[in-house]
Design a protein around this ligand. Structure first.
Ligand code: GLA
Length: 390
């Protein structure tokens, strides 16, 4: 319903501005992640899913070298000559677009001009990967418009490289789940090989609810890139001591513990988190398959503890949410989701208790920080796709 309105507004807007019906309509979702945080760039497994919050794009070729791109929600637009070299600018949203065009050029695709308008209901800065939805949806649309034959997984990979160009040295999880999502399924992605399998997203008696701390700490980008470097440093030490180990995947907790003295404390803590988190994803996925949601939840709490204490990507706001809900018998699992330093927690709440908990937590959160807690009930939806506009 919410998405129907978004699609109608976007297509109507297109027609009003350009006087014709858009040629291609693309829907591109945000994502959640059940478990497996900060290990997509460490050869781990992750368990994300696409959600029913989307960006809707409307595209049409315009038979010129110029492209006009309009962000309806921001009331902003820019025109770009696609034949010239792309450069980063101060207008952040346009950088994602430039980054995708850049990727297409690097990969040897010749482009012609087009018009594009888009509008979104994915909250920005909440850890729901609105930027992956933007990169992948935009790329998917151009792929369709010019019949470039780019495969879905390559759309995700090019989207990831676009994100790197903008400045975050991210893993593949967000783009992969935005492109490959399936309704009511979580995707277990092996980030080492990019093999993946779908598992039923059946949480039995529990509802998936997101609590958005409504904060986004500036630190996010620099801290994210720093964590990656610390993990690389740790892995180099592991490799030098255990030459048979080439990846965190093959590393056991014992290996890390043995190296504690030769690693800095920070590097040790990061590596310790990584090997434990890789293990948790497999356990959580098995538990989900067998309907053991209590175990899934317990592992989620463990993940949060690790992200907060060892990986140090949490913040006071997120910790307060998790610490509060941990005392609530009806919340079986809760943890910060995504990169951290703000954004959402993902929560599994016993059905029937959702409204009470939402109310109590909102009050407590506002009293503590003077910030309004935002709440999203998400459904698991399909990955980036074409919408039939007829
Ligand atoms: C961000 C990145 C992902 C992933 C998560 C943390 O969302 O874009 O690649 O690393 O953080 O799990």
């Amino acid at each position: 319903m919410m998405n129907d309105i978004l699609i109608k507004n976007t297509t109507d807007f297109y027609q009003k501005i350009f006087g014709s019906k858009a040629e291609k309509i693309v829907l591109s979702p945000g994502r959640i992640n059940i478990i497996g945080e900060h290990i997509d760039y460490n050869d781990g497994y992750v368990l994300p899913a696409a959600i029913d919050k989307i960006i809707c794009f409307a595209f049409e070729k315009n038979n010129s070298n110029k492209s006009r791109i309009i962000a309806i929600d921001l009331d902003d637009e820019f025109e770009i000559d696609i034949t010239i070299a792309m450069e980063l600018t101060d207008t952040v949203w346009t950088n994602y677009i430039r980054a995708v065009i850049n990727q297409l050029k690097i990969n040897g695709f010749a482009l012609e001009g087009f018009n594009c308008v888009f509008s979104s209901n994915i909250p920005v800065g909440s850890g729901l990967s609105s930027s992956a939805a933007l990169e992948c949806g935009f790329l998917f649309g151009i792929n369709e418009l010019f019949n470039l034959n780019i495969k879905p997984v390559d759309i995700a990979l090019m989207g990831q490289r676009a994100e790197h160009w903008v400045g975050i040295n991210c893993g593949i999880m967000d783009q992969f789940s935005s492109v490959m999502g399936l309704e009511n399924k979580v995707i277990k992605i092996d980030c080492r090989t990019l093999e993946y399998e779908y598992h039923n997203a059946d949480f039995k008696d529990y509802s998936l609810v997101l609590f958005d701390s409504n904060v986004k700490h500036e630190l996010m980008t620099s801290a994210y890139n720093e964590r990656r470097l610390q993990c690389e440093e740790g892995l180099a030490i592991i490799k030098s001591k255990f030459p048979d180990i080439t990846s965190f995947r093959d590393c056991k907790e014992e290996h890390i513990l043995e190296l504690q003295d030769v690693m800095s404390n920070d590097v040790f803590k990061r590596c310790h988190f990584v090997v434990k988190e890789i293990k948790r994803v497999t356990l959580a996925c098995d538990a989900l398959d067998s309907g053991d949601i209590l175990t899934v939840g317990k592992l989620m709490y463990e993940t949060h503890e690790g992200l907060s204490v060892d990986y140090e990507v949490s913040c006071a706001e997120l910790d307060l949410i998790v610490d509060t809900l941990k005392k609530e018998a009806a919340v079986v699992g809760c943890r910060l989701m995504g990169g951290g330093f703000g954004g959402c927690t993902i929560n599994l709440i016993k059905k029937g208790h959702e409204e009470r908990i939402k109310k109590q937590l909102s009050t407590l959160y506002f009293d503590a920080f003077g910030i309004e807690l935002k709440i999203y009930d998400v459904k698991i939806g399909n990955g980036t796709s074409l919408y039939n506009n007829n």
